[in-house]
Design a protein around this ligand. Structure first.
Ligand code: 4NP
Length: 159
């Protein structure tokens, strides 16, 4: 079982979309039984809220339903219960590292080859959400390839 946690600031725009897109890729690969996939935010503003309607919409256009998700804040237990914790941007990465203390080995930037931020689309328009979708799709595909090629002993799955 490989467990993956996507983290952004509010857990209503980027990380819910990343969670939904990655879950869809895993389902298409027939690997759902091998994964636990979740998302969380570093901030508290939107705890309990569904994803932003613009994230729901951009996912729905790809037949991905993320409307049932509920925002939550990252909790200390996440740092040892997830194999892979993926920060959407460098601010999220710094916050996660500060909160994790010594338990930080599973934390990294989601898009790290090369390292780039998934931009916060909250104050942007629909185009910002489409850009986020394209980025999390490409990043999700790269992540799934990295996990399934079993080249990294931290992440490999046995099928
Ligand atoms: P997210 O976007 O981190 O991608 O979920 C944001 C959502 C809400 C806020 C900031 C970013 N906010 O400040 O409320």
């Amino acid at each position: 079982m490989t467990s993956v946690l996507f983290v952004c600031l509010g857990n209503i725009c980027r990380s819910p979309l990343a969670e939904g897109v990655f879950r869809s890729l895993v389902e298409q690969a027939g690997l759902s039984d091998h994964f636990r996939i979740d998302s969380a935010g570093t901030g508290r503003w939107h705890i309990g809220d569904p994803p932003d309607p613009r994230s729901i919409e951009v996912a729905a256009r790809q037949d991905i339903d993320i409307s049932g998700q509920q925002a939550r804040e990252i909790v200390p237990g996440d740092f040892h219960s997830f194999n892979i914790i993926l920060a959407m941007d460098n601010n999220n990465l710094s916050t996660l590292r500060a909160r994790a203390g010594a338990q930080n080995s599973s934390i990294r930037l989601f898009l790290d080859h090369p390292p780039i931020d998934v931009p916060d689309p909250y104050y942007d328009d629909e185009n910002g959400f489409e850009e986020v979708y394209q980025m999390v799709k490409a990043g999700g595909e790269a992540l799934l390839n990295q996990i399934t090629d079993n080249s990294d002993p931290r992440y490999g799955i046995r099928t």
